[in-house]
Design a protein around this ligand. Sequence first.
Ligand code: GLA
Length: 385
Amino acid sequence: MAPSLTPASAPSHRTAGVWSAPGRVNLIGEHTDYNGGLALPIALPQRTTATVRPRTDGVLHVTSTARRDETVVVALDEISPTAPGGWAAYVAGVFWALRKAGYAVPAADVHIASAVPVGAGLSSSAALECAVAAALSDLAGLDLLADDTGRARLADLCRVAENEIAGAPTGGMDQSAAMLCRPGHALRLDCRSGETTHIPFDLAAHGLTLLVIDTKAHHALVDGQYAARRHTCEASARTLGVDTLREVTPADLPAALDRLGEPVAQARVRHVVTEIARVDAFVDALRGADFTTAGLLMSASHASLRDDYEVSCAELDLAAATALREGALGARMTGGGFGGCCIALVERDRADAVGAAVVSAFRERGWRDPTPFTVTAARGAGRER
Ligand code: GLA
């Protein structure tokens, strides 16, 4: 499908190109990134592409295959939290963040096409940001895609774009996943030190697969629930006299909960501290090919997100419970919550049956059909052509 690029200024055909970045699922370590904690995402095979052609007039033009009638136009100097607004803010925000960081990036015609479902909690917004950031790194000769240090820098600028221009107060996990993940590996992210480690993740070699179930339930990060959780964590850290909840170890937890006193804050902190501990337990289980333990840790993560962090919902709970009933080794919601996707660790031969059972369970309740699909760990952002 030919993108509708009709630049008014003379384009540079030599430097135009196509870049892409993936969606993600997080295996474990949820709502830990903004607490300086650990997370373990993989990149999905589903990607967002950005066809980018530099312009010389300082004006950004953004189009998308999803919105054929619309061209969003904004001067680079006028990008702000209210301009251009809407979905194009994720594109414009990346230009803004790179320029604010001192990089001389050109204006451009940007055409977006995405195979990452929007609103499914698979980080379509980070895929969009990171595809654009990859393009700008190459077009401006920044060479930030060459190694993990440069990629982490771009990921952080994409997070800044999302926080400051798109107005979503997210941590950096999604952008790090889209920028840094490698095929066949999960990315262990230490959000306190910034350290990233590539952990082999090849379920097929063990007769297993990862089933993703898109519940189709609503997922909206820009609403107040995410910000409220984040606020409670930050206020609790202040009460406990630490920079972030990462400083609270499982051994410290009983005393920390006593000190907090208030039940909601206690529950939120209990989730964060136990979830951070589950990430390295999960990494150890992967390294030891102990998938029974890995599955139990996923299910424990779901229970903690449901009961203590209160970010699950009926659809996610039913998907996870049904997958377990059908023999999954573990199942949990993934991403910010309040809808979106559930992931289940299943024997490869059982994947279809588990998916079908979840669809039937949803039909019995008169809910919209969920979409189950299996995934492998794919690559991060890069140039396509
Ligand atoms: C969303 C945010 C991430 C992270 C997750 C929860 O995906 O964008 O930064 O906080 O929720 O783990």
